[in-house]
Design a protein. Structure first.
Length: 477
């Protein structure tokens, strides 16, 4: 499989194409120091077989921001070094920290914008990024990633919504690129030209008057010219369309742009793949074969493999899917697709991040803060002979499913197939009842259910049942 071919990223040889994008865990405390829980989260990804692991965003500056890792002072290096050592001891996975600067936000809904920074403050940010990447190298990481996506400082300058009117202003593409260009110069000066430094940025902003792939192709070209070791494409996650919750700091992932960044179950799979393909094609046409990664509902192994095989990207970013099951790479490599704990994109993890609480997966055993260890010997839930009693009844414009409980099940995966399609996971529920409100009258659907243990490991499928949904009366008029 293309998924498990190695990839050279500068001087870094990544053992396979599965990338864990940066996901804030809130497993540290407000001092930003690496904890044992932090180490265990990333060791779990390494032992699960991911090729490239991007550690959650680490701030280059010392401001109040809740439980967020720091790389803003040399005193953080020992903890970061221990994290890198433990991950490298666990596997041949490569470990890269995401380096971030962010502007101020307040519980009132106020936020600092790019035009509020003085030139002296910009100069300081440039130096802070260089110092942070130097510390990443000293700590033993394999590279670093500059966070120029979503709602944060580098992305705010890169945005078409950049309100500045000076040499960093939003009126020209060169003005928007000036800060990241200066940051890359600082990084090379302080950390060395041979240290692999990737850049994560938005392939589209998904806000009114935001930039699209038309601009991101040119942005990618400039980042390649600046010497980026790889490009990691994300989308959205902007403050401009965020909805303020009274009493809480503004969260950039609850508007439409946030939905595109962390797409829920109603959005299509692999929804950014074609945008990534445009960027990659533009780079190749201009003589750059820099590796390109992309994320966005790619946890279906068939989607991930097809993306690579078609040449749309070189790395597949799987965030929530690997949070749900860090052993996803090992299971796919062994052909054990039926044993994967499948993310249902419920976005409980997103909601936890939005309130600065420890990020876990709703599919894990209740009360745990780490994914359970994979143990094939653990008995999976089993249906009794009455499991054939799965029923699907069409009622007006919906289908109601009911099934017997399975011994040892903590939740159930619900699958649906349309007339000529294959069955897809559409939800995971803790009760033995589910209602499908997204059916079309006059068409036939088939369903099956799988019981899952507290570890998330699925058991055998139920019987498959089909149902014909009555056509609406207006079709007969």
């Amino acid at each position: 499989m293309k998924l498990f071919e190695p990839l050279n990223i500068g001087s870094m040889l990544v053992p396979n194409r599965v990338m864990v994008p940066a996901m804030v865990t809130h497993l540290c405390k407000e001092d930003g120091v690496v904890t044992q829980d932090t180490v265990e989260r990333y060791v779990r990804y390494a032992s699960g077989g991911a090729g490239l692991i991007i550690v959650e965003a680490m701030a280059v500056h010392q401001v109040k921001s809740g439980p967020l890792l720091r790389i803003s002072d040399d005193r953080y290096v020992p903890g970061l070094r221990e994290l890198a050592r433990k991950v490298h001891d666990a596997s041949d996975s490569k470990l890269v920290p995401q380096i971030i600067h962010f502007l101020k936000v307040a519980r009132s809904g106020w936020r600092q914008t790019a035009d509020m920074l003085s030139v002296a403050e910009i100069d300081q940010i440039v130096e802070q990024f260089g110092d942070a990447v130097r510390r990443a190298r000293e700590a033993g990481f394999d590279g670093a990633e500059l966070h120029s996506a979503h709602a944060y400082t580098l992305s705010s300058f890169l945005s078409r919504a950049n309100p500045r009117t000076d040499e960093y202003g939003g009126q020209t593409l060169e003005g928007r690129l000036r800060l990241i260009g200066r940051v890359m110069e600082s990084v090379r000066r302080k950390a060395g030209a041979d240290f692999p430094v990737g850049i994560r940025f938005n392939v589209e902003e998904f806000i009114k008057n935001g930039y699209t792939v038309v601009d991101s192709k040119r942005i990618a070209l400039r980042l390649a010219e600046l010497g980026a070791a790889y490009l990691s494409l994300s989308a959205g996650g902007k403050f401009e369309d965020a909805v303020h919750t009274p009493g809480q700091v503004l969260y950039p992932y609850n508007g439409y742009s946030g939905d595109r960044c962390m797409p829920g179950d109603w959005l299509p799979r692999a929804l950014h793949a074609d945008l990534a393909a445009e960027v990659k094609r533009h780079l190749i046409e201009n003589g750059h074969r820099i590796p390109v990664g992309v994320a966005g509902k790619l946890s279906d192994p068939h989607d991930a493999e097809r993306l690579l095989a078609e040449g749309k990207a070189d790395l597949v970013g799987i965030a929530r899917g690997l949070l749900a099951d860090p052993d996803w790479p090992n299971k796919v490599r062994r052909g054990e697709l039926e044993r994967i704990v499948q993310c249902d994109y419920c976005n409980v993890c997103k909601a936890l991040d939005g309130t600065h609480r420890t990020v876990i997966c709703a599919l894990w055993p209740q009360g745990t803060i780490q994914a359970p260890a994979d143990n094939p010997a653990i008995q999976v839930p089993q249906w009794t002979p009455s499991a054939a009693g799965l029923t699907a009844i069409a009622r007006e414009s919906r289908v109601e499913l009911k099934w017997p409980k399975a011994a040892g099940a903590s939740h159930y995966e619900v699958y649906r197939a349309e007339a000529r399609g294959h069955a897809e996971l559409i939800d995971a529920v803790k009760v033995a009842f589910w209602v499908d409100n997204a059916v079309l009258g006059g068409h036939r659907y088939t369903y099956h259910v799988r019981p899952c243990a507290a570890s998330g490991r699925p058991g055998p499928r139920s019987a498959t049942v089909g149902v014909d949904v009555p056509a609406p009366s207006y079709l007969n008029r």
